[in-house]
Design a protein around this ligand. Structure first.
Ligand code: SF4
Length: 347
């Protein structure tokens, strides 16, 4: 059994030192790296190591990867400052979920949390106090911060045992007025059943849904529109086909579009014209557009030569050659520039 204590690096409590019974110690590898979470505590994830079969160093590595994936400041989720998960676990629902990275991360730390019958993972008060610190920091700096909720779950999953945790989340949102909470769901139809502000929108909540193709866009957007929100947004990621959002963009029913390709071992390619079409629709209707990432497949002409190349046709038959590259190498340039649009926050 491992015990843990935090230590301080460069004035921040960042490192976790693991001690095995009988002496000896194993310092967290990430602690030495200046890029290690920028001073954010990393002990929250590991208050109860769950996987006795993992070797300590392997466990640490997996935990750090998971931490990196869910903490926005270091995870590469450009469009948010923080990520908050009220719990972990979910049920796969649509093609966007096929390679759910959250499930993969949970498995890496030895947890089986996906499926209707699987348990969910809940967190201690320490975890729930983190947004209070972010809120205080935002107030002190005089700058609002965005909080993505949730990367390891779906806040509106219809499951009764989640209701008390949702209530706790609503309370937290009320007590953190300097944070903008971005609630992103694939189940917008359930919002009205459990969300207290469905017809009295809160200034610090943005409601969003995923639209990976036209079918799911049509279905989810109409459900999203059935509840009130000052900011409604779409995450078109992983983008799996061309989508026409004109009906909802032209009258500003949707206020922000995020688009991106897929990453991960089995990543599916996104045709650049699908991204361009969303960008053009947004420009035409003056809606902010944010291109998050290519993922693993990016235009062949846009980087170093790669060994793995595919040819992809869009719906009009236009061919694009895409190369498999590391996600960071693929980057987020679209036709030579970045797209970092954000909606106007009500506060
Ligand atoms: S809704 Fe999100 S967290 Fe849930 S299975 Fe789909 S991708 Fe994963």
């Amino acid at each position: 059994m491992l015990s843990q204590q935090s230590t301080t690096v460069s004035g921040f409590e960042t490192a976790v030192l693991y001690k095995e019974p009988g002496g000896g110690g194993l310092e967290c590898a990430g602690a030495a790296a200046s890029s290690c979470f920028d001073g954010v505590r990393c002990s929250w994830l590991i208050d109860k190591p769950q996987s006795p079969i993992m070797r300590p160093r392997k466990l640490l590595r997996a935990l750090h990867e998971a931490r990196r994936a869910v903490m926005a400041k270091d995870s590469g989720i450009e469009w948010t400052h923080h990520t908050f998960n009220p719990w972990w676990g979910c049920v796969k629902l649509s093609p966007a979920c096929a390679h759910c990275y959250a499930e993969t991360w949970a498995h890496r730390v030895g947890m089986d949390l996906w499926g209707g019958d699987a348990p969910r993972r809940f967190f201690s008060e320490h975890h729930w106090r983190e947004p209070l610190k972010w809120n205080a920091e935002s107030e002190r700096l005089g700058e609002r911060a965005r909080v993505f909720c949730a990367s390891m779950a779906d806040v509106f999953e219809p499951r009764i045992d989640l209701d008390p945790w949702r209530e706790k989340l609503w309370g937290l949102i009320e007590t953190t007025p300097h944070l903008d909470w971005l609630l992103l769901t694939k189940r917008p139809g359930h919002i009205k059943n459990v969300y207290p502000w469905a017809h009295a929108p809160r200034d610090n909540v943005w409601l969003g849904t995923t639209a990976e193709n036209q079918r799911w866009a049509n279905r989810r957007i109409e459900r999203l529109l059935s509840v009130d929100a000052h900011v409604r947004f779409l995450s078109c990621e992983p983008l799996l086909s061309a989508i026409d959002l004109t009906p909802w963009l032209k009258n500003q029913q949707i206020n922000w579009i995020i688009a991106g390709g897929e990453s991960g071992r089995e990543a599916r390619p996104t045709h650049p014209n699908w991204i361009r079409a969303l960008r053009d629709q947004c420009e035409r209707h003056n809606v902010p557009f944010h291109f998050k990432q290519w993922g693993h497949w990016s235009p062949e002409a846009q980087g170093e030569p790669a060994k793995k190349i595919i040819e992809l046709h869009d719906e009009a038959g236009r061919l694009e050659r895409l190369s498999w590259r590391p996600k960071r190498t693929s980057g987020r340039l679209l036709d030579g520039r970045t797209y970092d649009g954000y909606p106007r926050a009500p506060l």
